[in-house]
Design a protein around this ligand. Structure first.
Ligand code: SF4
Length: 365
């Protein structure tokens, strides 16, 4: 029986890095925030602002969903000082639809911190970046590696999958995370660590996909233990998921009779969908149902049931009853504003609330 030594492991990690970088040089995806390997060879350096913006946007979201938002943000706010100086409602409005709205609040807070406390220059180490609002272990490592070539171990969902397979790690997630991190640390080269991280992300997105990985064209197939054992598609193993609780609540869409404007209010800054706009809703949360039925409305009107909308949050599923009423004037004693049809598109409405409004408006016809 052959015994693997530490030196064997070191060699394997090194050969994976070499193969991955060679593959990346030929097949890197073209992404709006990325400096291509060819440009990097010519001395072009990534802009930390772009790297940071893209990494925050990409948390929990796909490349396809992010690209348009990224370009729109860059056009509105080409640098961190411009973003820091923007009004909060404008930033939230530009983010609307991307989900996980705490990220947008943190993004803005981070831009302000970089502008006011760091003279508009991002710290260049993972350690320094981690002290900024909204930047955790993953994002700090990704920015430090990609923008500043610090050999930080970058571990996102794609890299978790690729690494679990390369080393046939059969311990389920999340318990396997420390081991995966150790493997990524060992593989990360001192030269071009940012390109290495991006090559692993690309491999996970295009070849080592969750289902049916294309092992025959994979650049690291000769080193892949899971492929050798025929268990690639089963990895990473995951602990069984707990069933998500279901919550209920109600949304009340008041429409102004004369022009079709919709009555909106701003949600409290802290908590779910904080600072975003909404038609008034009952007080649902991750922990408790909100009230339902017309009696739960925050002001009296001739409410008519318009349907329901469902939305899956990370820790619970929410179903909102949608109620609709027509009004001539703003409800007394309720803070909010009328948003005419042409302005609705630019309001900072999360997707769930936008769908509630659409359900109410369609129900009329
Ligand atoms: Fe993934 Fe297959 Fe490549 Fe292994 S050989 S890293 S399982 S694509």
């Amino acid at each position: 029986m052959q015994v693997k030594t530490k030196a064997d492991g070191h060699q394997a990690a090194e050969s994976i890095a070499v193969r991955m970088l060679g593959w990346y040089d030929r097949h890197a995806r073209i992404l709006p925030w990325r400096v291509s390997p060819a440009d990097r060879r010519q001395g072009v350096k990534p802009d930390p602002y772009r790297v940071w913006l893209s990494e925050v946007m990409l948390q929990q979201t796909t490349v396809a969903a992010v690209s348009g938002y990224f370009l729109d943000f860059l056009q509105r706010w080409p640098n961190v000082e411009a973003l820091a100086a923007a009004p909060s409602e404008e930033v939230m409005g530009a983010w609307a639809g991307l989900g996980y709205y705490a990220r947008a609040r943190n993004l803005h807070a981070c831009a302000k911190a970089v502008a006011s406390e760091h003279g508009g220059v991002f710290p260049s180490t993972a350690e320094g970046l981690k002290r900024l609002p909204g930047i955790g272990d993953y994002t700090s490592a990704a920015i430090a590696a990609i923008a500043f070539d610090e050999p930080a171990a970058v571990v996102d969902g794609n890299i978790e999958r690729v690494t679990s397979r390369l080393f046939a790690i059969e311990t389920p997630l999340p318990q396997s995370r420390p081991l995966i991190r150790a493997r990524v640390e060992a593989m990360t080269p001192r030269l071009r660590p940012g390109d290495f991280a991006q090559s692993m992300m690309d491999l996970g997105a295009t070849i080592c996909t969750p289902r049916r990985p294309a092992c025959v064209i994979c650049p690291v197939q000769p080193s892949c233990e899971a492929q050798g054992k025929g268990i690639a598609e089963r990895l990473p193993a995951k602990a069984p998921k707990r069933a998500k609780p279901s919550r209920r609540g109600a949304a009340f869409v008041a429409v102004r009779r004369c022009d079709g404007a919709v009555f909106l209010r701003r949600r409290p800054a802290l908590g779910m969908l904080g600072d975003m706009a909404e038609p008034p809703t009952s007080g649902w949360s991750a922990k408790a149902d909100g009230a339902t039925g017309a009696d739960a409305a925050p002001f009296p009107a001739a409410w008519k049931e318009a349907g329901t909308v469902a939305h899956g949050f990370t820790h619970f599923d929410l179903t909102l009853e949608v109620w609709r009423a027509e009004l001539d004037a703003a409800p007394k004693g309720t803070d909010g504003w009328w948003s005419p049809p042409e302005r609705l598109l630019t309001e900072a409405l999360p997707t769930l609330m936008r769908r509630a409004i659409e359900t109410a408006l369609v129900s009329k016809s």
